[in-house]
Design a protein around this ligand. Sequence first.
Ligand code: FAD
Length: 571
Amino acid sequence: MYTHDVIIVGSGLAGLRAAQELSGHLDVAVLTKVYPSRSHSGAAQGGVAAALANVDKDDSPEAHTYDTVKGSDYLGDQDAIEIMCSDAPAAIHEIEKLGCPFSRTPENKIDQRAFGGHSFKRSCFAADRTGHALLHTLFEQLMKNSGKIQVYSEWYMLRLIMEDGVARGVVAMDIKTGRLEVFHAKTVLFGTGGYGRAYKITSNAYANTGDGITAAYRAGVPLMDMEFVQFHPTGLYSHGILLSEAARGEGGYLLNGLGERFMAKYAPTKLELGPRDIVSRAAQTEIDEGRGAGPNKDYVLLDLRHLGEEKILERLPQIYHIAKDFLGSDALNTPVPIQPTAHYSMGGIPADNDCQVYIDEKGNHVRGFFAAGECSCISVHGANRLGTNSLLEALVFGRRAGKKMLEVTRDTDWSPINEKRELDTVRRELDQLLHTQAKEDLNTIRDEMKETMTYKAGVYRDAENLGLALKKIKELQDRFTRVRVDDKKKNFNTNLLEARELSHMLEYSELIVAGAIARTESRGAHARKDYPNRDDANWLKHTMAFKTKDGFELRYKPVKMTRFKPEERKY
Ligand SMILES: Cc1cc2nc3c(=O)[nH]c(=O)nc-3n(C[C@H](O)[C@H](O)[C@H](O)COP(=O)(O)OP(=O)(O)OC[C@H]3O[C@@H](n4cnc5c(N)ncnc54)[C@H](O)[C@@H]3O)c2cc1C
């Protein structure tokens, strides 16, 4: 058994920012299934929001707050949004001082560019590799503090240990050897990232299989707003790899197969810089109504040609190379084929403004358990996240989590842990996968799940398709009990871990679909063709999914409103 005051699971921006705060004060361990600098945060391209007003002088945290509330389709909790937007400038200056190489204005200030749904140029960026720059800045701090923070790299968290409403640690596997260990802690933070891998067309890293949210759910924590999955309009056609919104922020156009800038019909004032839910639906509608491009009319186009070679290569180099390497498409001379891609998980582990996790819809907490970053649902993004607000969330709430954990951990005594029972539980679960003589093929089940989620619970939804999706997911869950894991070895058994990840995806996909079936309205990223309007009278509330003996139960929780009354969302 390993013992540390604090266990942080996840070494993305949220986990590392929290670790930074705790370093030197407590005995802290960071546990991560991928090498820290490979966390999905490093893939972020476009930028991180803060109302610095370096370029647009009239910007302010108040304007940022309003844009975010409106962008969330009024499902975001306004107190949390206000905290995030007010803390944003300090969070950016802090990480700049740690050495993050932001792109600069001619006066040597941090440069800022436009992003969808933001009414001012607010996105701070490092070319189109912002996440890479931010993550490496925090990674350097982790290295600097290496005597003070213990890193367990390529360790896989399999179970949250929770007893009598208190989090006491985790069970994890050393991927290299297959050894299972209990990690005993006074407080635990999950910064385990998003759940987009359940979709076929997705921008998410292979690691984004919702392990953290599933472990929390299995331990008895409800999951909030799972039906809200963000689709990003500019995924690379057929791959789903992201082409950042920065491409439109820098002036890129979207064209349909007829060469029309179709956004004029859907967001007449903001055009390509409408929020993602609206732009994704517009692109999908063009495709569905036969105005797509290409031989099968199944994509639309991102046109950057008019920006010119210098701007493309200086500001959007990664986008240029991704299009070239994966589709052979030369963005300097031709429009790039794109389609909406599953991108961001608005739902997750419910937590308060200090990242303390809720155990129910009434506001009671799990003692000692925290969640920050994309796996959490605080909820600053509500039904639709604005681009660049997620890196910001991870920085702001990672820091807040660290501060609160310092206080809570100091006030907490050790709770006992039954090491043998915890290990036996996980061992039994893994043995079941390893020692069945079963015949079901892992990849087939996963492919069928991904197809189902993309085509039946995707950009547009309706009762019929969601019903089919639920039936299919249940069938796949049943087939999964007979899934075959060919690799029986202990060391680097990625086959076994993939099976485990599939079990997570099948478990939470059911909640995405169930939440979407229940929510008979359209709000933000959740667009029901059979209920096209937002219904504030009945649905201005958060979904909370609880695990029960034989399935799940949905309950609801009011949205926190402070200053802004719901209005019609026009752009
Ligand atoms: C392609 C792409 C581009 C994006 N661009 C932007 C952008 O420009 N601006 C913006 O604001 N947002 C952007 N986002 C969203 C943003 O990057 C993420 O929401 C954010 O970085 C998440 O940070 P995180 O710390 O919560 O999690 P992550 O960075 O995803 O890290 C998760 C961590 O959890 C660990 N982990 C997970 N499961 C386990 C387990 N079972 N055991 C052990 N460890 C585990 C992983 O190893 C990893 O270290 C983008 C996202 C994508 C996919």
